[in-house]
Design a protein around this ligand. Structure first.
Ligand SMILES: NC(=O)c1ccc[n+]([C@@H]2O[C@H](COP(=O)([O-])OP(=O)(O)OC[C@H]3O[C@@H](n4cnc5c(N)ncnc54)[C@H](O)[C@@H]3O)[C@@H](O)[C@H]2O)c1
Ligand SMILES: [Zn+2]
Length: 360
């Protein structure tokens, strides 16, 4: 089972093949290159040696797991390690891990010697269906997340869903929030499949291979189609922001105690209800999203102690806010987003947002 697509020069392969097949794919694309693997300590301990040996990579550079490592300091440590090894432009960096590893390694690859080849080998569900695709990379700063970064397209994205077998269930659930988002923005039948398959998707340990493949295949397809369409249809990519304007604000107000996937789940609920309030969607839309979100064991309501006014204030800092008005990606129906004529970014009065949040 292997599926390949091309996006911005990146070959995106979904393959349940041994890592030696990845080694061959890299050697074919970049003959006679050195290979350096980058992984956080958790993924390195689980998969690092096996993957390094299968690829014939010379080393695994590691850093502590977690968002706290996605910094300029870790970027400096990694670039210094490459310089110390004498790595030149004939070096391919392979990011083995979740979105933190992918974003960091991508930023190292974008900047090291003004840009060297990059391979994304995502191991978390979120990285497989979201972070590894599209070329965005970067680091966080004390002023906020993802504020310093670049676009650096990987030459190859190697998605092997069997890595999900070691992913903790909580992290799997967070990835499912993004999969649900894909169904809502682009494909009602995919949302229906997710709903029907949810008991297995949420609980089965390990995730059965055919189901993991189907999940990743459909979500990757949707993300690729949207990113590719962005060039023809101005701003189409904005639809991927569903759930994220309110979601990011919830994460920020909670001091990042609310996980990203949970915040996105609540954000999708809030934004779908906002779409109803604005007359853009029928009430059946938030009802349908709520069913699937609940089936995934994700939250649908604001955390008890969270002040709607604080969330509203945090939305103003979202970097997608333009000329003072925060723009939202809002659903018109399951599988179709509103606002095509205005670049899928709908300016919304703050009073409507506040009222919606207060009702939640
Ligand atoms: N570049 C983009 O377009 C984009 C899009 C979405 C998210 N992101 C970024 O992605 C990051 C979140 O990604 P994430 O949730 O993958 O975080 P992560 O990289 O921190 O991974 C989550 C945890 O899972 C562990 N892990 C990963 N794969 C594993 C496996 N197979 N087995 C066992 N443990 C495993 C990691 O060690 C980590 O502790 C955020 O920094 C976010 O900003 C980027
Ligand atoms: Zn997200």
């Amino acid at each position: 089972m292997s599926v390949a697509r091309t996006l911005h020069g990146a070959r995106i392969v979904i393959a349940q093949d041994p890592p030696s097949a990845l080694g061959r794919a890299i050697a074919t694309r970049w003959p006679a290159h050195r290979m350096v693997l980058i992984a956080d300590a958790t993924v390195a301990a689980l998969h690092g040696d096996r993957v390094r040996a299968a690829l014939g990579a010379e080393v695994v550079l590691t850093f502590p797991p977690g968002e706290a490592s996605k910094t300029r300091e870790t970027w400096a440590m990694l670039t210094d390690a490459l310089l110390a090894r004498g790595c030149g432009r004939d070096t391919v960096l392979v990011a083995l891990g979740g979105g933190v590893t992918g974003d960091l390694t991508g930023f190292v690859a974008a900047t090291y010697l003004r840009g060297i080849p990059l391979v994304q080998c995502p191991t978390s569900l979120l990285a497989m269906i979201d972070a590894a695709i599209g070329g965005k990379c970067g680091v966080d700063t004390p002023a906020g997340k993802n504020l310093v970064g670049a676009i650096h397209h990987p030459g190859l994205v190697w998605i092997d869903p069997t890595f999900l077998e070691t992913l903790p269930l909580a992290a799997r659930r967070e990835g499912l929030a993004e999969a649900i988002k894909h169904g809502v923005i682009a494909e009602a039948s995919y949302l229906a499949w997710l709903h029907a398959t949810m008991p297995t998707l949420v609980d089965a340990a390990p995730l059965p291979r055919e189901i993991a493949h189907a999940l990743v295949e459909r979500s990757v397809g949707i993300k690729c189609e949207i990113v590719a369409a962005d060039e023809r249809e101005a701003n189409r990519r904005q639809v991927l922001n569903l759930g994220h304007t309110i979601g990011h604000a919830i994460e920020q107000v909670s001091g990042y105690a609310v996980a990203h996937g949970e915040a996105v789940a609540i954000g999708m609920m809030a934004e779908a209800r906002l779409a109803v309030r604005l007359g853009l969607a029928a009430t059946a839309v938030p009802e349908r999203i709520s069913e699937v979100v609940r089936a995934a064991g994700l939250p649908t309501a604001l955390p008890m102690a969270m002040d709607p006014a604080a969330i509203l204030a945090a939305t103003r800092q979202d970097k997608k806010a333009r000329s003072g008005t925060v723009r939202y990606a809002l659903p018109a129906a399951i599988g179709r987003m509103a606002g095509a004529e205005q670049g899928y970014g709908i300016p919304v009065e703050e009073a409507a947002v506040l009222q919606t949040l207060t009702e939640m």
